[in-house]
Design a protein around this ligand. Structure first.
Ligand SMILES: O=P(O)(O)OC[C@@H](O)[C@H]1O[C@@H](OP(=O)(O)O)[C@@H](O)[C@@H](O)[C@@H]1O
Ligand SMILES: [Mg+2]
Ligand SMILES: [Zn+2]
Length: 177
């Protein structure tokens, strides 16, 4: 099974230091919806693992978060594709949960759901925590330069991190090779 896991904010949609607090603030990055649809139509299952501490911080509620993901699913479906499992961590940084990246809990949940090994599984993110989560379970860390990606690129990246301009470039690589 061809499974790809994506971070959300800064990879699929624009991110904000003020958090993405509403469907109106959830705006797809150029080419990201098309990339997910193309991957899906090429036989890839595209899942999402996203930190959403804005829930714990009280900036938005689960219903609003679900509405953002319903919007994502609708946009991808309009392009003939579909979005797989979406897993989020609603906790704050100080709650000590097992799911908040850089912990790999969400990657484990997704891999177990699809019964796919974590080793070598591509996880695409824009933050160092995304890459560290991948590395922690021997998945393939993939950095995109959208969102916080350019800032992240200047940090000390896990060995073997692959770097692409954006999600469209990741999709082209996976579909054409
Ligand atoms: O990139 P993903 O995982 O999809 O989501 C990131 C968001 O949950 C937010 O994560 C926050 O980090 P803290 O959770 O406050 O450390 C900040 O970086 C926000 O700018 C960002 O919107
Ligand atoms: Mg992100
Ligand atoms: Zn959590």
């Amino acid at each position: 099974m061809k499974l790809l896991i994506l971070d959300r904010d800064g990879v699929i949609n624009y991110d904000s230091d003020a958090y993405i607090k509403s469907v109106a603030e959830w705006i797809p990055l150029p080419g990201s919806i098309e990339a997910i649809a193309q991957l899906s139509k090429a036989g890839w299952t595209v899942a999402i693992a996203t930190n959403q501490s804005g829930i714990a911080r009280g900036y938005y509620d689960i219903a609003t978060l679900d509405a953002m993901h319903a919007r994502l699913r609708t946009l991808v479906a309009e392009q003939g594709g579909e979005v797989g499992l979406v897993v989020y961590c609603p906790h704050g940084p100080d709650e000590g949960c097992d799911c908040r990246k850089p912990k790999p809990g969400m990657l484990k949940t997704i891999a177990e759901h699809y019964k796919v090994p974590l080793a070598g599984l591509w996880f695409v993110g824009d933050s160092l925590g995304d890459l560290e989560a991948a590395k922690a379970v021997d998945s393939q860390p993939v950095l995109v330069k959208t969102g916080k990606g350019e800032k992240t690129q200047a940090k000390n990246l896990p060995v073997g991190t692959l770097i692409f301009d954006d999600l469209a470039a990741v999709a082209a690589e996976l579909i054409n090779n």
